[in-house]
Design a protein around this ligand. Structure first.
Ligand code: BES
Ligand code: MN
Ligand code: ZN
Length: 507
């Protein structure tokens, strides 16, 4: 899909369709002034005679008799005073749902005629690109006998009447398209079945970043032998019941104009399938545990967005890939393993495997001397209970880092809610035989998982995003959302523009 800016009065070329906003009780839509090549009276009469609806999201196609190959699509926007973010999203969604059914190749949007409090053209374009790409996304499905309906739309034009908004609009298109690319990569990988998207496949997908021939990308894969050598025994305990060997992909992006600048590290949980292991999960919806790699998918998607944006930062993306299966060789509840940090962990539940994988990676990344570390994981069902499917859970040892993530969440509308961490939760990780256990009681499960990780992230600024409720939509029509690629990319863009003060290097 091409997105571009239209600066002058609308010049129809063939096969274009203009989108006209219809508000309740407003007789002449603002955008009508920009569309010169139509008979305005036709439209005004339609509105007057109530042949066009202002009902939110209702679309009506009005043929343009002067130029029959062009048309106007009116979209109901409700009451003009009441337009908020959710309504805005519904309006754009409705337009695209309609356009999918007709054969026009180009649409023109007049976004400046839609006023949402405090939100500028940059925000509107970013949101619009995201909504359009979400609406047009199709599963790379494995159906051999179903025809995918052809979509004719291939260009979206944003009409920008104000000169001073053009720069912002161009930036929004650049950012929006890069994020859309990242989201698509994350979704496609996450939707791929677990017999294909296994630890080898997932980790080696990172080599696709090198297809662009960028000298800024360096990829290393850590295999099982190497993990043994380093001493990542918590990580290895998770995959020991699987025929599929574990792999860690380390993707280094050198984008900073200060080559020695400390990197930002993003770690993604990449369980290509989580059966629970010996602590086997119930079979209902177990298929959805192919999405237990959405954290890694989001990190890889974000790295693609970063490369396309050519960000002036050093970033290391890590995909922690493995599979959790029951087997004679699988680890047992009661096993004790030594983590890379030296601490011992008693595994009381083999289904709390994400933290076992992540804790060793959190220790591993210390060697990069990171300026900050964010892990992204479908870590706990408890987070879904606590926050539902709209908010990602955020836990952190640094208020400043949290604030930055929350700021990025506000712009992207990729919602995040902070949960507390506190030493008082420690008794829920007590072990009779080892330094800590991987689980001990169910209460506040998202937080206790966060507390477990925090034990291994004491030496740097760290935030943990629990995306168990937000990475995919569950149920009959389950599919990956690509979250939180938008959030992470926005965070990185903002961080590039305003880093932490040097003297704040300590938390
Ligand atoms: N991958 C799951 C978390 C999960 C469950 C995400 C359901 C989305 C939906 C994770 O590995 C897990 O199984 N966590 C356990 C932890 C428990 C054993 C302490 C859970 O949430 O039940
Ligand atoms: Mn699990
Ligand atoms: Zn899991």
């Amino acid at each position: 899909m091409q997105f571009s800016i239209l600066k002058n009065n609308t010049n129809f070329t063939s096969n274009m369709i203009c989108i006209l906003e219809i508000f309740d009780k407003i007789n002449e839509p603002k955008s009508l002034q920009y569309i010169t090549q139509i008979n305005k009276n036709d439209i005004l009469n339609f509105i007057k005679n109530k042949k066009i609806s202002s009902h939110l999201g209702s679309c009506i196609l009005v043929q343009n008799f002067t130029h029959p190959q062009n048309a106007i699509l009116t979209v109901g926007c409700g009451k003009s005073k009441n337009i908020n973010i959710d309504k805005y999203q519904k309006i754009i969604q409705a337009i695209i749902k309609y356009i999918k059914l007709i054969k026009y190749e180009k649409i023109i949007l007049f976004l400046s005629s839609l006023n949402i409090s405090n939100l500028n053209i940059y925000w509107k374009i970013r949101q619009t690109i995201e909504i359009i790409q979400t609406e047009l996304y199709t599963l790379n499905n494995f159906k051999k006998h179903t025809k995918i309906p052809k979509i004719y739309l291939n260009e979206v034009l944003f009409y920008i009447p104000y000169r001073n908004e053009i720069k912002q609009a161009q930036l929004a298109i650049q950012h929006g398209q890069s994020i859309a690319l990242g989201v698509k990569i994350a979704k496609d990988l996450s939707n791929t079945p677990p017999n294909i998207c296994d630890p080898y496949y997932l980790s080696h997908q990172s080599y696709k970043l090198q297809d662009t021939n960028s000298k800024k990308i360096l990829i290393e894969i850590i295999d099982q032998q190497e993990m043994q050598k380093i001493g990542m025994h918590a990580y290895l305990s998770v995959s020991q019941g699987s025929k599929k060997a574990p792999y860690i992909a380390v993707i280094k992006y050198h984008g900073s104009n200060k080559p020695n600048e400390n990197p930002i590290v993003l770690i993604g949980k990449g369980l290509t399938f989580d059966s629970g292991g010996i602590s086997l999960k119930p079979s209902r919806k177990m298929d959805e545990m192919k999405y237990d790699m959405c954290g890694a998918g989001a990190v890889l998607g974000t790295m693609h967005a970063v490369l396309k944006l050519n960000l002036n930062l050093n970033i290391i993306g890590i995909l922690a890939c493995c599979e959790n299966m029951p087997d004679a060789f699988a680890c047992r509840p009661g096993d004790i393993v030594q983590t890379l940090s030296g601490k011992t962990v008693e595994i009381l539940n083999t289904d709390a495997e994400g933290r076992l994988v992540l804790c060793d990676v959190l220790s591993y990344v210390k060697k990069f001397n990171p300026q900050l570390v964010i892990d992204i994981a479908t870590l706990t069902g408890a987070c879904v209970v606590a926050l539902g499917h709209h908010y990602t859970g955020l836990m952190s040892n640094c208020d400043k880092l949290c604030q930055k993530i929350l700021d990025a969440s506000k712009i992207t509308y990729d919602l995040v809610w902070r949960l507390p961490l506190h030493k008082k939760f420690a008794y829920q990780l007590k072990s009779k035989f080892a330094d800590i256990s991987n689980v001990n009681g169910n209460d506040g499960g998202a937080i206790t998982a966060g507390c477990f990780l925090q034990e291994f992230a004491e030496e740097y600024r760290w935030a943990h995003l629990d995306i168990a409720g937000t990475a995919w939509t569950s149920g009959k029509n389950n599919s990956a959302t690509g979250r939180p690629v938008a959030l992470l990319t926005q965070f990185l863009i903002d961080h590039m523009n305003q880093k932490f003060d040097e003297d704040l290097n300590a938390k």
